[in-house]
Ligand binder design. Structure first.
Ligand SMILES: C[S@@+](CC[C@H](N)C(=O)[O-])C[C@H]1O[C@@H](n2cnc3c(N)ncnc32)[C@H](O)[C@@H]1O
Length: 246
């Protein structure tokens, strides 16, 4: 069962409590604090292009990619009119773009979808190779605490006006892998509901492990914060933002 297939058509509606404009401002604040003025940005796992849209409006030269063709179709609807945006169908673990960037970014826990040490190392190596000297890599993860304790083995149910969905989770303590079983019921114009299912898999990572893997591929300076802030991450923070400099 694929992830981000049918879900792509509901994604923006279900993410409407995420403020992507603020997210873009946070990324720009990071650039400012690190005294960088990037022009060329690569966004990995851009999804439906919600962050990309705000970065495109700020006139960055943007290349964005995702693994899901369905998510990219939605992204194209938002981004197709910008001549400073290129959209590609690539995989974070083996992408190859014939260009170097001032910054590589990936947001909204997309990195947790990488589930093996080898794939994570390949992704980081690839990011490093696609950055110019002094380039900056920014990404966030769902914290270890959130995946293990909040999502954990819990089930969530959401009843919205025209979408009802259940989200059942199973956490494997040995592998630190969390499987999300999503069942959506979407109402059509006749008031009938159609059902579809997806399985998503995220791995919980400890910060030290991520830092070690970033250092291994050559990044020199690594910081991480409670996301959307520049505060030291605490044990119960749910989203962690990493910044790595080439
Ligand atoms: C939670 S969504 C985040 C999307 C987008 N970044 C946002 O903020 O809305 C995770 C995204 O990661 C993408 N993804 C998962 N694994 C990937 C991979 N190996 N390479 C590229 N994209 C991937 C999915 O297709 C999905 O669009």
């Amino acid at each position: 069962m694929d992830s981000y297939g049918g879900f792509a058509s509901l994604y923006d509606e279900l993410m409407n409590d995420f403020d992507y404009e603020e997210w873009a401002k946070y990324i720009e604040e990071i650039y400012k604090r690190y005294n960088l003025k990037p022009k060329d940005i690569l966004e990995m796992a851009c999804g439906t292009g919600n962050l990309s849209y705000y970065l495109a409006k700020k006139r960055y030269n943007l290349v964005c990619f995702d693994l899901s063709q369905e998510m990219l179709t939605k992204a194209y609807e938002k981004l197709g009119r910008f001549n400073n945006v290129k959209i590609l169908n690539q995989n974070m673990i083996n992408f190859n773009i014939n260009k170097k960037f001032d910054s590589v970014i990936s947001i909204c826990d997309s990195m947790n979808y990488i589930t093996t040490d080898e794939e994570l190392a390949n992704c980081f190596k690839n990011v490093y190779n696609h950055l110019k000297p002094n380039g900056i890599f920014i990404f966030d993860i769902n914290s270890y605490y959130k995946l293990k304790n909040i999502i954990g083995n819990n089930t969530f149910i959401e009843d919205r006006e025209d979408i009802f969905y259940t989200w059942q989770n199973y956490y494997d303590n040995n592998k630190d892998i969390c499987e999300f079983y999503l069942t959506f019921f979407e109402e059509n114009k006749e008031g009938l509901y159609s059902r579809f299912d997806e399985v998503h898999i995220e791995r919980a990572y400890k910060e030290d492990f991520i830092c070690e893997k970033l250092l291994d591929v050559g990044f020199t300076k690594i910081d991480f914060y409670n996301a959307f802030t520049f505060n030291k991450k605490s044990d119960s923070d749910e989203r962690v933002n990493f910044i790595a400099i080439k």
